[in-house]
Design a protein around this ligand. Structure first.
Ligand code: CA
Length: 323
């Protein structure tokens, strides 16, 4: 059942639950996004964050291992005493220039690269205002921003929720945009096969890239504005052992890990491909945000998912690619 927008708004304004049958999730109406009426009650939670500069590698290693068109600009190792900080897996750049990320534990994380605003950690809510914090329902992996709405893809419970951030700020609730496209894919998605990569097609539709590999390729599913999966499924080649974990603006991020070789990532753009692997200072990069600069240079931000492990780190790296 789909709730009408009027019913949905009435429900959200009134504090909800009674009007929504058990097991139903309100769908998104992009035309007029609803907000919780009591915005002031919500708090984005300023986060004490420690930043330590992190270098990708020695000048010699960087010049040997990166193509000439790719330049490492800067990097940080981010830590916090807040135990829920980490697991960052999807990344976007907001119109303000701030970075927005989503985590495996069900949070939005905001970060101002200029250091003027305090970083924040903010729980993801479901459509009726219930916190999604925790791994089962809140395992957010992909993020795409469109017209002030943050689309967040989750795995385990495969779905895409839409958060009207511009209209509602921290009171934004996650309205169901799309479910699992298993029917279109013709295959069942396991818990960890989910939509790790979320981006937009050139015609402005949300597209999800899945971690699952089918015949050596990762599927990309485009969703219509009403959330229905639109055939045909696109496929992109993945190198052996690698999986698709991020996408933005024509760039794709792939990841591989094994004990011997460690963490490896491939970044593939329209005319460029580069690899991050030891001896470079790397970790488990899962989020990519791409920002075309006016000067024919593309800026790429990467963020790593530390899996809340003491042996892994949250690294935020900035590269520039000359077009
Ligand atoms: Ca993750």
């Amino acid at each position: 059942m789909r709730l009408s927008y009027a019913a949905l708004t009435a429900c959200l304004m009134a504090g909800c639950s009674a009007e929504i049958p058990v097991g139903e999730t309100p769908r998104l109406s992009l035309a007029t996004p609803p907000c919780a009426a009591d915005t002031g009650r919500y708090d984005a939670g300023p986060l004490e964050l420690n930043l330590k500069a992190a270098a990708l590698g020695s000048a010699a290693d960087m010049s040997e291992l990166l193509p000439p068109a790719v330049k490492f600009i800067e990097g940080w190792h981010l830590t916090s005493a807040e135990g829920d900080f980490g697991g960052l897996s999807g990344l976007e750049i907001m119109p303000t220039g701030d970075l927005l990320a989503v985590s495996d534990k069900g949070y939005f994380f905001t970060f101002d690269p200029d250091g003027k605003k305090r970083p924040t950690l903010m729980p993801l809510y479901d459509a009726v205002g219930k916190s999604l914090v925790g791994k089962t329902k809140g395992d957010a992996e992909g993020l795409a921003l469109k017209d002030g709405v943050a689309f967040v893809s989750f795995e385990r419970e495969h779905r895409i929720l839409a958060y009207p951030l511009k209209a509602c700020g921290v009171a934004a609730r996650g309205l169901l945009f799309a479910g699992s496209p298993e029917k279109l894919l013709g295959t069942k998605l396991r818990a960890n096969d989910g939509a790790e990569a979320l981006d937009m097609t050139t015609d402005g539709r949300i597209r999800a890239g899945y971690e699952t590999v089918i015949d050596g390729r990762a599927p990309l599913v485009t969703f219509n504005p009403d959330g229905t999966a639109a055939p045909p499924v696109e496929f992109i080649a993945v190198d052996p052992d690698f999986k698709l974990v991020g996408a933005d603006d024509g760039f794709f991020l792939f990841r591989a890990y094994d004990r011997e070789a460690g963490n490896r990532n491939i970044i593939r753009g329209p005319n460029i491909e580069f690899k991050l692997a030891p001896p470079l200072n790397v970790d488990n990069f899962e989020g990519i945000a791409v920002q075309p600069l006016e000067t024919g240079i593309t800026r790429i931000h990467l963020i790593s998912d530390d899996n809340f492990s003491a042996r892994q780190r949250t690294l935020l790296y900035v590269f520039e690619v000359t077009n």
